[in-house]
Design a protein around this ligand. Structure first.
Ligand SMILES: NC(=O)c1ccc[n+]([C@@H]2O[C@H](COP(=O)([O-])OP(=O)(O)OC[C@H]3O[C@@H](n4cnc5c(N)ncnc54)[C@H](OP(=O)(O)O)[C@@H]3O)[C@@H](O)[C@H]2O)c1
Length: 290
């Protein structure tokens, strides 16, 4: 049977790497995986994980989602000249009080998370439309469904992706092309290491008022305990991707921890939003939570 051609962005680590390894190691060799990363110097980790057993199911390509030329070059190197399953996974975070974020840092987040995702889709969508089939999966975040203090720009990028995907999904039904968001909570990856984060002692925070700094300290503790107690492993996330990929009629949204986060439900049922915002604040800042 003809292999399904899968292209994944951001495969140097984390979710992208685990998904590439799982699909390329499929016992039935169902997939031909193009694992892409912006820096090929980081490919050893992926190669080590697949132990070079998968020459016919895995190819590693350079692709920086912020460079249109790099996306086109990667597309040109796909032997099958088609992508059946596109996984837009590359993403970066930015954490700290909003008033200290430089325009360059904020742009960088939107360049990768929003425009990078959209440009990648733009490059592969015309081929899917011509063939009248395809599946676009995007690594979403609960930070794209509910706000997180000190993550305003990250959340803005992930909320924006929700809107872009929802809008596309409506249209692409007419082309037999599925769009799915895999909504992740905290996951044990390099994300927190790669995150641009203001540290409490940073000189950039000297201009910030005491209440904000106090709340930032509480938030960092909350975040630490959430990652320690509730973070999922990439294998858990990969299972959900597989469910979406293997479904004959994929859903638009998948929640990796099984259910809609409770506060997202409150948001949907309380349009005014005051109780919802208070509940979020209590969850993230109350000392009992830490
Ligand atoms: N981990 C979490 O808690 C969590 C929660 C919700 C959603 N997510 C989402 O999950 C996705 C994957 O993140 P992860 O957790 O697996 O973190 P990760 O280990 O840091 O992986 C992020 C990947 O994105 C790549 N990337 C960054 N900028 C890129 C660019 N310009 N072009 C191509 N690739 C680029 C990174 O490459 P480099 O190695 O070159 O930097 C890396 O391969 C992200 O979209 C993130 O927002 C993560």
């Amino acid at each position: 049977m003809e292999k399904k051609v899968v292209l994944i962005t951001g495969c140097s680590s984390g979710i992208g790497l685990s998904l590439a390894v799982r699909l390329a190691s499929d016992p039935d060799k169902t997939f031909k995986v193009y694992a892409t990363m912006r820096n090929l110097a980081k490919k050893e980790r992926l190669i080590e994980c697949v132990k070079s057993l998968h020459k016919d199911t895995l190819d590693i390509l350079q692709m920086d989602v912020t460079s249109w030329q790099s996306i086109l070059d990667a597309r040109d190197r796909i032997v099958e000249k088609r992508v059946d399953i596109l996984v837009c996974n590359a993403g970066v975070g930015l954490m700290g009080p909003l008033e200290v974020q430089s325009l360059d840092s904020m742009r960088q987040i939107l360049e990768v998370n929003l425009f990078g995702t959209i440009q990648t889709i733009q490059a592969f969508l015309p081929g899917m439309k011509v063939r009248g089939q395809g599946h676009i999966l995007v690594t979403g975040s609960t930070g794209g469904l509910q706000g997180l203090p000190f993550n305003e720009v990250y959340c803005a990028s992930k909320f924006a992706i929700e809107g872009a995907c929802e809008s596309l999904a409506i249209l692409l039904q007419h082309f037999n092309i599925h769009v799915s968001l895999v909504e992740c909570g905290p996951v044990n990856t390099d994300f927190l290491v790669n995150l641009q984060k203001a540290e409490l002692g940073d000189t950039s925070l000297q201009q910030v008022d005491d209440l904000t700094l106090n709340l930032y300290g509480k938030y960092l503790q909350h975040c630490g305990s959430v990652f320690q107690n509730a973070a999922q492993d990439t294998e858990d996330i990969v299972k959900v991707f597989l469910e979406a990929i293997q479904s004959p009629s994929p859903a638009f949204r998948y929640f990796t921890s099984g259910d809609v986060p409770p506060l997202t439900k409150l948001k949907a049922t309380e349009p005014g939003g005051s109780r919802y915002i208070s509940a979020l604040s209590k969850t993230m800042f109350s000392s009992e939570e830490q």
